[in-house]
Design a protein around this ligand. Sequence first.
Ligand SMILES: *[C@@H]1O[C@H](CO)[C@@H](O)[C@H](O)[C@H]1NC(C)=O
Ligand SMILES: *[C@@H]1O[C@H](CO)[C@@H](O)[C@H](O)[C@H]1NC(C)=O
Ligand SMILES: *[C@@H]1O[C@H](CO)[C@@H](O)[C@H](O)[C@H]1NC(C)=O
Ligand SMILES: *[C@@H]1O[C@H](CO)[C@@H](O)[C@H](O)[C@H]1NC(C)=O
Ligand SMILES: *[C@@H]1O[C@H](CO)[C@@H](O)[C@H](O)[C@H]1NC(C)=O
Ligand SMILES: *[C@@H]1O[C@H](CO)[C@@H](O)[C@H](O)[C@H]1NC(C)=O
Length: 403
Amino acid sequence: PQDCPSKQDMQSSLRQVHKLLSAHEESYLQNLRTLRKKLSLLQSAKPNATCPNIDAPASGRKLGKVHHPGHEVHFLCDLGFELVGSETRQCRANLSWSGQQPVCRDINECASFPCMNGGTCENEVNGFVCICDKGWGGSTCQSQVPTSASSSPQATLSPAIRPSHCSQVQGTTHCTCDPGYTISGRDTTVCTDIDECELFHTGQAGRLCLHTCVNMAGGYRCSCPSGYNVTRDGRNCKDVDECATRQHNCSRDQLCINTYGGFQCVRVYCPRIRNATYAKTSPLRCERNPCPVDSRACSQAPNSVSHHFLSVVSNMSAPRVMFRVSAVRVIGDTLRFSLLGSHARRHFTVQRSDRLTGQLLLVSPIQGPAMVEAEVEMTELEKRVQLARYITKVTVFVSQYDF
Ligand SMILES: *[C@@H]1O[C@H](CO)[C@@H](O)[C@H](O)[C@H]1NC(C)=O
Ligand SMILES: *[C@@H]1O[C@H](CO)[C@@H](O)[C@H](O)[C@H]1NC(C)=O
Ligand SMILES: *[C@@H]1O[C@H](CO)[C@@H](O)[C@H](O)[C@H]1NC(C)=O
Ligand SMILES: *[C@@H]1O[C@H](CO)[C@@H](O)[C@H](O)[C@H]1NC(C)=O
Ligand SMILES: *[C@@H]1O[C@H](CO)[C@@H](O)[C@H](O)[C@H]1NC(C)=O
Ligand SMILES: *[C@@H]1O[C@H](CO)[C@@H](O)[C@H](O)[C@H]1NC(C)=O
């Protein structure tokens, strides 16, 4: 019942085996031929016959002292040089060397034009130096130098390159660099400055500085725009409160408002409305004086006008509550909140958040630098008759920066 292989199957298998054996035989014969060749080569060679002496190239070394046929010599170049020609030469049976005599050529690190922004490259044996144009610095003139410092007219040599520290461990050389430097090329004796700013340029997570990163030899430093101080961690910017530290020039009758990156001097005026008079009850608030009996114009005028100044960063996300207005005590049966004027509607809207509170809501981000004003009106009604009006003027100073 078991299937026996057919005659065709058997013949096909035999053909396969035959093919395999022929291939093996072929390769065996090939090996034998090369072995014979080598043997005859050895026998034909004169005892102690050598290839002519060859020298190491200038600024290089030769490895291998045996110049008999079949032996090889190797060539190496000193640091800062590259080999042109044959790295390895073999002594041939006819006592001539294979390949071409190599030479060691000084590596021209300037060939790749490593200096940026008009810097001049000077090739040195173990590296290069960039001579930067005025206003540029860094190992490859990649970063702008603040020009406030007295910049000398002559070019400055960039300290972008330093020697490495090498040690021999079990016949192999290990080289390390000072912090902030790395071995960048084949030459392990040379350490070049790491441009940390460039390296961590992309990606929010890896961002080194909140504002500007300045690469320096062996490190980096963060700088902040004027009006900010670099924080203790060296990477972030903290707004300087010019008002609190008395760095402002606001006059006595002005209020100093600290903003992100600066300050504003503001003056609070009470409203001038016909038949109504106001008194300043606090630096930011004006209240209406009692109205003469039956002066409708006066009683319709706002009972109070309050001023508020907010400082925010640029491009704040929206929606966001900017300010809340609440009634302290209510006599009427209804409170109404509204936004006065049309220009503020681009960025704001007013909503009720509970029975006694309305809120000024930012509805679209504001790009700074900008100053935006919004007036929120709260009206108190009793049986649809207006009892009182309160106005809150909110002035928003939007910084140029988003921090
Ligand atoms: C071959 O070299 C060996 C040592 O390298 C030496 O003892 C011997 O005399 C040399 N023979 C000839 C024929 O030069
Ligand atoms: C030695 O043999 C190689 C081939 O193996 C040949 O190219 C070369 O010209 C020969 N040199 C001399 C000096 O005979
Ligand atoms: C901010 O920096 C300035 C000078 O750079 C310094 O005078 C001032 O004390 C610093 N302010 C703070 C709060 O660190
Ligand atoms: C404060 O000084 C700045 C320039 O430093 C000037 O532009 C501004 O007008 C001054 N403000 C006042 C109120 O003097
Ligand atoms: C304002 O007051 C004056 C008197 O001081 C009066 O003649 C005038 O009618 C009042 N105007 C309004 C709108 O009430
Ligand atoms: C504003 O912020 C949004 C996200 O919060 C961002 O995508 C956008 O690029 C920012 N615009 C500017 C001008 O910074």
